[in-house]
Design a protein around this ligand. Structure first.
Ligand code: ZN
Ligand code: ZN
Length: 264
């Protein structure tokens, strides 16, 4: 499996980071997680054809995770997508996506693909969807609005987890248990809202993952935070926009070279 870090910024992003968005790819299938900015552009940069998206998962309703939804659908349509697009998320996130898209007059958009909305229940270990390549499950995390973290397993045995926006919470430990890679937000310590790099490292350590990648990074973040995180969990790195991360199955799991060299 490859995780594409399409964006790694917080809600206030900067010239180097757009809003946090991810794509998970396995055997030429891929799906998108969140679209707070121009997801189609970032998919193209990752050499992923937006018209071939298997699914869109919206982790929660906040603008930095949903506001690019209408643009993404428009671009997929203009690029030739005609098959329906499954969209998964908590009820409130689905409602925001529907409302935003519904604000546009699309009656004359001939061939506009249907959006198939699927509500993710706010319960631990919910199956979000399953395909030939992926099994995706979710659990609620700790954020001011209904938000789900994700566990992504492939049929080849690779496992990864994504915290979404959350304060430090045991649910992410459970989602990431046995995973090779945890992608965790690191906006900064804010109880009930966001987590620090140090707290993400504690979660990675407690889950026993091989590697931690930090995302949802605000402008001006300090490498001192990374040094602190590494004192808790050594294989921690900042995620970077456009970074592609290979995830091996846990048994085989040789650490990626970049993890061994531990770049900032
Ligand atoms: Zn956010
Ligand atoms: Zn949020």
């Amino acid at each position: 499996m490859t995780i594409h870090l399409l964006g790694t910024g917080a809600s206030v992003s900067d010239v180097d980071r757009t809003t946090t968005m991810l794509a998970f790819e396995e055997a030429e299938q891929f799906f998108l997680v969140d679209c707070g900015a121009d997801a189609a552009r970032e998919l193209a940069r990752a050499e992923l054809d937006p018209t071939r998206l298997e699914a869109i998962v919206l982790t929660h309703e906040h603008p930095d995770h949903v506001s690019g939804f209408a643009l993404l659908i428009e671009k997929m349509w203009l690029l030739g997508r005609r098959e329906p697009i499954p969209v998964y998320g908590p009820a409130s996130a689905i409602q925001v996506a529907q409302t935003c898209f519904g604000a546009y007059a699309t009656d004359r958009w001939e061939g506009l693909p249907a959006r198939e909305y699927h509500e993710i229940p706010m319960a631990s270990g919910e199956l979000v969807f399953e395909t030939d390549a992926f099994r995706v499950t979710s659990s609620p995390v700790d954020h001011p609005v209904p938000t789900v973290g994700l566990r992504v397993e492939t049929t080849s045995g690779a496992i990864a987890a994504y915290s979404a926006d959350t304060a430090k919470v045991d649910a992410v430990v459970d989602l990431a248990r046995g995973a090779s890679v945890l992608v965790h937000e690191a906006t900064g310590h804010l109880p009930g809202v966001h987590a620090s790099a140090e707290e993400a490292a504690e979660t990675a350590r407690d889950a026993g993952v091989d590697r931690l990648l930090l995302v949802h990074i605000p402008p001006g973040c300090s490498d001192d935070d990374l040094v602190t995180a590494r004192s808790i969990f050594p294989h921690t790195s900042w995620g970077h926009d456009g970074q592609a991360v290979s995830v091996q199955s846990s048994e085989a799991a040789p650490l990626a070279p970049e993890a061994r060299s531990i770049p900032l």
